[in-house]
Write a protein that binds this ligand. Structure first.
Ligand code: FAD
Ligand code: SF4
Ligand code: SF4
Length: 437
């Protein structure tokens, strides 16, 4: 963690009201209060004139290293208090804060996404849950345009859906992940407006890409209706933005103008350093890596088309520590979930909501996407269930997990195994004396 991240609030910066909110929130955690009640830790302060919520967010989430970098707080802030650096929000202009508490309302680490009637009502009926979130139906899908299959990560379904939306006027723009021209595996945000933009963003980068930063540009230019593509933590943040009970212009904009969210299945993302380490493992220069895909093993495609593979176990050593604080594999709050498991060159696609169904069916009806039943390769459903369970196994809610500093002291930063084989794993009871051989 950088020193910058550690000094968002200097000593003495926290006012007594913020201290009171912190104390209340921490007492809720300690007393095992129902997580649905946690927001009252800060909401009760609103009627007393409010408080500078950014200080609370920095102290509880960012300075503890629990921030996953989704940027929800930053993109909903009406006062432009935050900057973003090193995959984290920075408390750049605290004096501009207008005490609206939107930033804490939308942080998916501070509290779980509400599992209330409103959240459930959005799922297309009849909705079922096979372990990776409520959905209406699932298929393997791919673009019918061969260029999209080639340039897409799996079946190019996501890009085909977006291009169809943009070309038919169902969408005005899409918030996506792009790459730096001189570092093809490092993600950055982009507001895509046409086919060419979408094509340039196609395929996956396994480093963290702060896609949702492009929401600010979309709002400034009033680009709508808008699609958002992101990993599950980003989609969770967007869903909290769309459903915020605080009626301000910013939250209203999210409610009215985000028409479609496509969530990418995700076990974890990786540090920037991982790209150099991977290049060392497969013995090539980092800039020669054209694409990385994970199919039980790490599949590396080079700029001349050569394909190399290596063990996922080794690569996982460079998983982002912050991924411990995300329990969502299937992007359970997205309109559509999409993953590469099950079958090569097809995208496993789960349609969760009416908005997802309408966009997906329109692209099928216009011949832009073709599908196959999930039963063609049952491995997909099995793996989606297993990987979802793995991401939750033994894990308490992020707010109740150890901080980054505590994990550092334990010398155990691996998010994947912390709660299965690491210090968070349940203690194995010693066998009774008589049972020992
Ligand atoms: C970090 C990461 C981890 C993943 N882990 C899994 C997994 O464990 N299991 C699984 O089944 N699938 C996983 N996926 C999803 C998979 O790689 C494909 O994105 C998905 O199958 C859609 O394929 P497609 O061909 O339809 O997408 P495409 O048509 O290629 O479109 C992909 C879209 O993803 C966006 N994107 C690219 N990189 C990122 C990024 N780093 N963050 C956010 N958005 C990005 C692009 O903007 C593009 O619009 C992961 C994806 C990412 C980015
Ligand atoms: S979202 Fe509201 S409370 Fe949070 S920093 Fe911005 S103005 Fe302050
Ligand atoms: S997890 Fe998201 S909302 Fe919470 S502090 Fe980090 S960037 Fe902000």
């Amino acid at each position: 963690m950088s020193d910058d991240t550690m000094s968002n609030n200097g000593p003495g910066d926290i006012d007594p009201k913020t201290e009171a909110v912190l104390a209340r929130y921490r007492s809720y955690l300690q007393d095992d209060v129902d997580p649905r009640e946690w927001p009252y830790a800060w909401r009760t302060e609103i009627n007393r004139g409010g408080f500078r919520a950014v200080d609370f967010l920095m102290d509880e989430i960012v300075d503890t290293g629990k921030c996953i970098g989704c940027a929800s707080c930053l993109t909903i802030c009406p006062a432009d208090v935050f900057d973003y650096a090193d995959e984290k929000p920075v408390n750049a202009r605290p004096e501009a804060c207008v005490f609206c508490v939107l930033c804490v309302e939308v942080c998916p680490v501070l509290r779980p996404v509400d599992d209330n009637a409103r959240t459930r009502a959005r799922f297309r009926a009849p909705a079922k849950d096979d372990g990776y979130g409520f959905y209406s139906y699932g298929v393997y899908a791919r673009a019918t345009d061969p260029e999209l299959v080639t340039r897409g990560q799996d079946g190019g379904m996501t890009s085909a859906l977006l291009i169809h939306g943009l070309e038919t006027g169902r969408l005005g723009g899409a918030v996506l992940g792009d790459v730096f021209p001189d570092a093809k595996q490092i993600g950055r945000h982009r507001l895509a407006m046409n086919r060419q933009d979408v094509l340039e963003c196609a395929a996956s980068r396994y480093t963290y890409s702060p896609n949702t930063l492009a929401l600010q540009e979309a709002m400034r230019q009033d680009v709508k209706p808008l699609a958002v593509v992101g990993v599950p933590c980003q989609i969770d943040g967007v869903w909290l933005q769309q459903t915020s009970s605080i009626q301000l212009e910013m939250s209203q904009w999210y409610k009215e103008n985000i028409a479609l969210t496509v969530g990418l299945f995700c076990s974890e993302s990786f540090t920037h350093e991982s790209i150099e380490r991977l290049a060392e493992i497969v013995e090539v220069e980092p800039h020669r890596i054209d694409n990385i895909n994970i199919k039980g093993k790490v599949v590396v495609r080079l700029d001349d088309g050569e394909v190399l593979t290596t063990s996922l176990r080794k690569y996982r050593e460079w998983a982002r520590p912050a991924c411990l604080y995300c329990l969502d594999y299937g992007a359970e709050n997205a309109d559509i979930g999409a993953g590469g498991i099950g079958m090569d060159d097809w995208t496993m696609t789960v349609i969760r909501t009416d908005a997802g169904h309408e966009a997906f069916q329109a692209a099928i009806d216009d011949g832009k996407i073709e599908t196959r039943p999930l039963e063609d390769e049952p491995k997909g459903e099995f793996l989606a269930n297993k990987l979802s369970m793995d991401k939750r196994k033994n894990r308490p809610l992020p707010a109740q997990m150890p901080t980054y500093q505590e994990r550092l002291a334990l010398d155990y930063l691996d998010p994947k195994t912390f709660y299965t084989k690491g210090p968070g794993a349940p203690a194995v009871e010693a066998a009774p004396e008589g049972d020992k051989k």
